[in-house]
Design a protein around this ligand. Structure first.
Ligand code: ADP
Length: 161
């Protein structure tokens, strides 16, 4: 069984994340979406909230597992029995960081390979950070995220005001 780990902050998930996820599901037997716990970024949504939104997105697909991890990604992947890591690649700006991370991970665990998938061009400019900025200024984000994410963003931002 070919398993792949799709790690990220998912703060919150966007149609770009889901586009890549759907592509991976067509190729792999199991896709483990793993919310990273030890990111340096301060998230808008808690670990649990991000996991919950991903679970809603994945609920009809038995090939998707939603999980979380702390610590080294390669150690987590190896513990889960996955030898492939998936990352989404948008514009050239993603490349440098992703390149560095993929090669560092390979140095740490040479048996784990990182692969990249590109989303549909209509999502290639989307980022969680941009979505949060739009939502914080009262903009409509329903073209970019599922309705349940848009509703949670609205509620979170209203609570902060
Ligand atoms: P991280 O903090 O690990 O970068 P993100 O949630 O921002 O977490 O992204 C997780 C993964 O999803 C990364 O590989 C990122 O490049 C990818 N990704 C984010 N937005 C998009 C998008 N619009 N289209 C395709 N991939 C994306």
């Amino acid at each position: 069984m070919k398993k792949i780990i799709y790690p990220g902050s998912f703060d919150p998930l966007t149609f770009g994340h889901l586009d890549v996820l759907e592509r991976a599901v067509k190729i792999f037997d199991k896709v483990i979406v793993a919310v990273a716990g030890n990111s340096e970024k301060t998230p808008l949504f808690s670990f649990e909230e991000r996991i919950e939104m991903l679970r809603i997105a994945a609920k009809d697909n038995p090939k998707i597992e939603v999980d979380s991890f702390n610590g080294l990604l390669v150690e987590y992947a190896s513990k889960k029995g996955a030898s492939v890591i998936l990352r989404g690649l948008r514009a050239l700006s993603d490349f440098e960081y992703e390149f560095q991370m993929a090669l560092t991970n390979r140095k740490l665990y040479e048996n784990i390979e990182t692969i990249f998938m590109m989303p549909s061009e209509s999502y290639s400019y989307l980022s969680s950070r941009m979505i949060k900025e739009i939502a914080s200024m009262g903009g409509d984000v329903r073209d970019f995220v599922p309705d349940y994410v848009a509703a949670r963003l609205k509620a979170r931002i209203q609570n902060r005001k």
